[in-house]
Write a protein that binds this ligand. Structure first.
Ligand code: ATP
Ligand code: MG
Length: 414
């Protein structure tokens, strides 16, 4: 262990990266707000059971990726690997099901013990939305439209591809599950160990396996769409019609699945080829069985989560920091005036960088380094006349301005 290194798979967000991160998270928040979603937050840790129950004990997350520890009181706690489980827990523990429908937005860190690589970290961040209490396909359409609007606003949508699929209702899933297990059992010898383990408990997940051998078997598997009942087909048709009405382009990918029983109907994923191997930037679906399965009142839900780091990689430019005004006091007398002036300007929401030390030259150097467009110079001469010298750092132009008119004169440099 090298204790002064960041833990593997974690990283610092220094200011440039932080601004990219913030641009993504704030854009998501604003887009979600336009669709009526309100921000909420759940704790970053929960009792492990919250995730075990919701993610299923055969999922990658639960079997391999959870950060779980025993706290000092002997409770088994897990750092959240995703957001939906906590939201569902909050719905139940807060008795929120009386207030349906609910529309939530969240944003924050998630933790998964995975093999770190580009676009895959052990602490990463997601934004997400959950629409709870709506059973109609229009809900799925609005949820997908929210994601599309967010990605449009960060400039990623025109480089992204939306794939959708349906998992049908319980009856359809049961039909298909039987057919799939029969087929896969006939090819057991070619399946990976993970998939053999999933065969009984979570066969749908095998469709989504990243193992090459599994994929070869899956390529010839019966296709889910052939086993959908009329109600499920109708639901999917209405989702597709809604997307078409909005002009949201999609591709149906019959191999797109979610393994767990509480997922149903629509599932979707947005990818961007530019990102290479870790190319999924947003993924979601409908989970009508989740809250009920956790022990809460039966509550339909649909939502998505998006990886902030992956989205930040797609921003075409790094948002600029606000441009500061360099305030340059020369001599002790000027410092007191400068402090007061800085305070006034900051209360008017100017960004003011106060030179702390050094002669005129080194302070002006600092002003250039921070990319200030204007310096406000206060020396003994200025103080005697109750003025400051405003120096336009692009043109070099200087002028004396009365101290009571400084704020007005600086408006041009915001
Ligand atoms: P993958 O197949 O890439 O492991 P996943 O199914 O585990 O993805 P989800 O749980 O659907 O991913 O998470 C939603 C989004 O969160 C992903 O599409 C991705 O953008 C982001 N994400 C997931 N895991 C990570 C990670 N370890 N590091 C960075 N971003 C991640
Ligand atoms: Mg994963």
């Amino acid at each position: 262990m090298s204790e002064l290194q960041p833990v593997r798979g974690t990283h610092d967000l220094l200011p440039d990266e932080m601004r990219r991160y913030r641009r993504v998270a704030e854009t998501a928040r604003r887009a979600a707000e336009c669709f009526g979603f309100q921000e909420m937050a759940t704790p970053i840790f929960e009792f492990s059971e919250v995730f075990k129950r919701t993610l299923g004990d055969t999922s990658d997350i639960v079997t391999k990726e959870m950060y779980t520890f025993t706290d000092r009181g002997g409770e088994t706690i897990t750092l959240r690997p995703e957001g939906t489980a906590g939201v569902a827990r909050a719905l139940i523990s807060g008795g929120l099901a009386q207030h349906l429908p609910l529309k939530y937005f969240y944003s924050g860190p998630m933790f998964r013990y995975e093999r770190p690589q580009k676009g895959r970290m052990r602490q990463f961040h997601q934004t997400g939305i959950e629409l709870l209490g709506i059973r109609e396909p229009l809900g799925d359409v609005e949820v997908i439209a929210t994601g599309a609007e967010f990605l449009r606003r960060i400039g990623a949508w025109d480089r992204a591809q939306l794939e959708i699929n349906t998992l049908g209702d319980t009856e359809s899933r049961q039909n298909y599950r039987g057919v799939l297990v029969d087929y896969l059992s006939g090819h057991k010898a070619r399946l990976s160990e993970d998939s053999i383990n999933r065969l009984e408990r979570n066969p749908l997940r095998i469709l989504d396996s990243k193992d090459k051998g599994d994929q070869a078997v899956v390529a010839d598997a019966p296709v889910y769409t052939d086993y959908l009942n009329a109600a499920s087909r109708d639901f999917f048709a209405r989702v597709k019609a809604g997307l078409e009405a909005l002009g949201i382009a999609y591709v149906v990918n019959p191999r797109l699945v979610r393994g767990l029983d509480y997922y149903c109907h629509t599932c979707f994923e947005v990818t961007c080829e530019e990102l290479g191997a870790q190319k999924t930037i947003l993924a979601g679906g409908r989970y009508d069985g989740l809250v009920g399965m956790m022990g809460g009142p039966e509550t339909p839900g649909v939502g998505w989560a998006s990886g902030i780091e992956r989205c930040a990689m797609l921003l075409r430019e790094t948002p600029e920091a606000r441009v500061p005004i360099a305030l340059v006091p020369l001599g002790e007398r000027a410092e007191a005036t400068a402090l007061r002036l800085a305070g006034e300007l900051r209360s008017l929401d100017f960004v003011v960088d106060l030179g702390f030390s050094g002669n005129m030259k080194s302070r002006m150097k600092r002003a250039n380094k921070i990319a200030a467009k204007v310096a406000v110079i206060l020396g003994d001469n200025e103080l005697d006349q109750n003025v400051a010298t405003l120096k336009n750092l692009s043109s070099g132009e200087q002028s004396a301005i009365g101290l009571d008119r400084i704020a007005d004169a600086l408006e041009a440099f915001r």
